[in-house]
Design a protein around this ligand. Structure first.
Ligand SMILES: *Cc1c(COP(=O)(O)O)cnc(C)c1O
Length: 416
């Protein structure tokens, strides 16, 4: 069986040879993170009975308590909330903010303009109903200087009202590099040097298991993420997590459920097993996604496209940006990814207007779990430089098939 032309296969082999040392490095990191997660399972003596279901109030659910302890240990934190009731990454982040901030407090984001969905949480965009602003909680974000933290500006910007320092680890869909664990550690040291009571919060979406350490290993007080991204391993159907210092996680639990209930309630409705299994497999899945984006970056660079990060750069998230130069290329790329998906491969993506975006957006995702970006997906706004953002992939082979189809499409439309 031959799926691609001889030329494309030759290109694949050339690129695989070129990136082999990076692939090996990723596999070493996967080995490390797999051992780390395994040890957390063993330390908390995970057993078959932990997978049993809970109903109603969900009181005395030892499975839920144990999966949260395993998360806390794996992330080098004191406590965790890991819940299918947390709808998404945005819900997890917003629970942290509402759980810890009080009227008069300020939230200061120091890593540049945050992810789009945060704007409605803080009350910068939309009706403002239910936002932090409505509770008289103020918010500012600091621009970067040459893609790095502007420390002099940060020094000046921390006020007596500043309670939470917000850091977004991943670039998301912004045009800046993602922040490594080493850089996050520097930020923690700097901010705690100014005021040790500041709460350092990290939006860890897309970052989990891409490095050997996590933000909570290097002094971050609390962090949050989505279970349909990295830590769910492609298995978890819905949910979010929050990990950090016990006092903060407890306070946040009163927001996620209710004062008086906190983390002690919440029926798991049969999801506990997949939370365990997803975390166990997550280092591997993240490794597959990482190999996939390295392959994509290298092969597209081979064809003359600019990519960020470069294929050989150290990564701290699973996102790859590729500047495709023309609207035809962006569309052809996304259509190839869609056509290579296990689900909805027969659907043809087209550019269409999206609420909150100035330009039409084209999106490709044929995933088992709706919106799961740990599965192979690609999208981009129809504007210069026609950048496609791609991420995820449950298996390296699948990412290669998607990318080789995209490359075939690009070569076809750019011939002659
Ligand atoms: C995905 C993501 C979020 C949250 O998005 P949801 O779609 O609500 O899960 C927040 N921040 C970053 C950087 C993200 O990548």
């Amino acid at each position: 069986m031959q799926f691609f032309t001889d030329d494309i296969q030759a290109l694949q082999e050339k690129v695989e040879d070129k990136i082999s040392h990076i692939v090996k490095r990723i596999e070493r990191d996967v080995d490390y993170n797999q051992a780390k997660v395994l040890q957390a399972f063993q330390q908390h003596r995970v057993s078959d009975f932990h997978f049993a279901d809970s109903t109603g109030y969900g009181h005395n659910d030892i499975g839920r308590e144990t999966v949260e302890q395993v998360y806390a240990t794996a992330f080098g934190a004191e406590a965790a909330l890991v819940r299918p009731h947390i709808v998404s990454g945005t819900h997890a982040i917003s629970s942290v903010l509402f759980g810890l901030l009080r009227p008069g407090d300020e939230l200061l984001y120091i890593s540049g303009k945050p992810y789009d969905t945060l704007e409605e949480v803080v009350g910068e965009r939309g009706e403002g109903q239910g936002s932090l602003k409505e509770f008289n909680i103020s918010y500012r974000w600091l621009p970067l200087a040459n893609d790095k933290i502007d420390y002099p500006l940060l020094q000046k910007s921390i006020s007596a009202n500043t309670k939470i320092i917000g850091i977004q680890r991943s670039r998301g869909y912004a045009d800046r590099p993602s922040f490594t664990i080493a850089e996050i550690e520097e930020m923690v040291t700097f901010c705690k040097g100014i005021n040790e009571n500041l709460i350092i919060f990290v939006d860890n979406c897309y970052g989990e298991f891409t490095e050997r350490l996590e933000p909570t290993d290097v002094g971050v007080d609390v962090m949050a993420g989505s279970l349909i991204k990295n830590p769910g391993g492609g298995i978890v159907r819905s949910g979010g997590y929050i990990v950090g210092k016990e006092q903060y996680v407890t306070q946040i639990s009163y927001r996620v459920t209710s004062p008086g209930i906190g983390s002690l309630g919440g029926a798991m409705l049969g999801t506990t097993r997949e939370l365990f299994q997803g975390l166990f497999i997550a280092p591997h899945t993240v490794g597959e996604a990482l190999k996939g984006v390295v392959f994509a970056s290298a092969i597209l660079e081979e064809l003359g496209f600019e990519t960020t990060p470069f294929w050989h750069e150290r990564r701290t998230d699973i996102i790859q940006a590729i500047h495709l130069k023309t609207p035809e290329n962006l569309l052809a790329f996304c259509q190839a990814i869609q056509a290579s998906s296990p689900v909805d491969s027969h659907v043809l993506p087209v550019a269409s207007p999206m609420p909150g975006y100035a330009d039409p957006v084209v999106m490709a995702a044929g995933t088992f779990i709706q919106g799961a970006s740990i599965e192979l997906s690609a999208d981009g706004p129809m504007r210069e430089p026609y950048t496609v953002y791609m991420q995820g992939g449950l298996t390296y082979s699948h990412v290669k098939i998607g990318i080789l189809s995209a490359v075939s499409n690009l070569l076809k439309i750019n011939q002659g």
